[in-house]
Design a protein around this ligand. Structure first.
Ligand SMILES: N[C@@H](CCC(=O)N[C@@H](CS)C(=O)NCC(=O)O)C(=O)O
Length: 227
């Protein structure tokens, strides 16, 4: 199974936003690891055994011990390999802020509305106003937590915890037919973040292209409609 010196294996699925977070955190830290892509229609024994509660990806296996849930995995990676540039801020209050907005992303951006939008273009169009309100809230978080002069990320010139948590939606949101990403006029900081993620070397490896994801989601929505 795990073959790298660090003995790290990532069970993932390429289109899963949660898997992308774990992959991105590993790449940002430069952690050698083995990728085990999952077929979610036919889950492997190792996935079922390593995440028996949820049976979902991602799962990080470090020295034989499985860690599940993307936010927990990213925290774990940051704790075990803090390196010279930790993902979470040193200051306890700022760490709490990062966790608050990470929770917001999971509840409001990566919501049931996002999932339903992948199944129905009409639903996605109808939800744009709600998404737009969330973009403005995230714009406020960027203004509060990010230092624009240092760079486009919450971590300034480099990605921090919140950047990792939000990055998959840079390809997911435009990948959904009918859903509009934030415009430069409406949310300049969020818009710049989207551009910066697309140009980031580690994100280019961890995230699929918008086109590949759109093709996958369109094909998946056709399967749902056929049911
Ligand atoms: N809260 C979990 C969500 C993980 C999740 O929903 N993974 C999906 C792929 S995007 C999955 O494995 N689905 C398989 C299933 O539901 O059977 C996390 O943050 O890791």
């Amino acid at each position: 199974m795990a073959s790298s010196d660090q003995d790290v294996t990532l069970l993932s699925f390429w289109a899963s936003p949660f898997s992308m977070r774990a992959k991105l955190a590993l790449l940002l830290k430069g952690i050698e690891h083995e990728d085990l892509p999952e077929d979610l229609g036919n889950k492997s024994k190792i996935l079922l055994e390593s995440n028996p509660v949820h049976k979902k990806v991602p799962v990080l296996i470090h020295k034989g011990k499985p860690i599940a849930e993307s936010a927990i995995i990213v925290h774990y990676i940051d704790e075990v390999w803090p390196g010279t540039s930790p993902l979470l801020p040193k200051d306890a209050f700022l760490r709490a802020e990062h966790r608050f907005w990470s929770d917001f992303i999971d509840k409001k951006v990566c919501s049931i509305n996002l999932e339903k939008s992948t199944r129905s273009h009409a639903f996605a169009y109808a939800k744009n106003e709600e998404f737009s309100e969330n973009y403005e809230l995230l714009e406020g978080a960027f203004t509060k937590l990010g230092n624009e002069e240092e760079g486009p990320f919450f971590g300034g010139a480099r990605m921090a915890f919140l950047d990792v948590m939000l990055a998959p939606y840079v390809v997911w949101i435009p990948g959904i037919v009918g859903l509009k990403p934030a415009s430069q006029e409406q949310c300049p900081r969020l818009h710049n973040f989207f551009q910066a993620v697309l140009a980031h070397p580690a994100a280019k490896l961890a995230l699929p292209t918008v086109e590949a994801l759109k093709e996958f989601l369109v094909a998946r929505s056709a399967v749902y409609r056929g049911k």
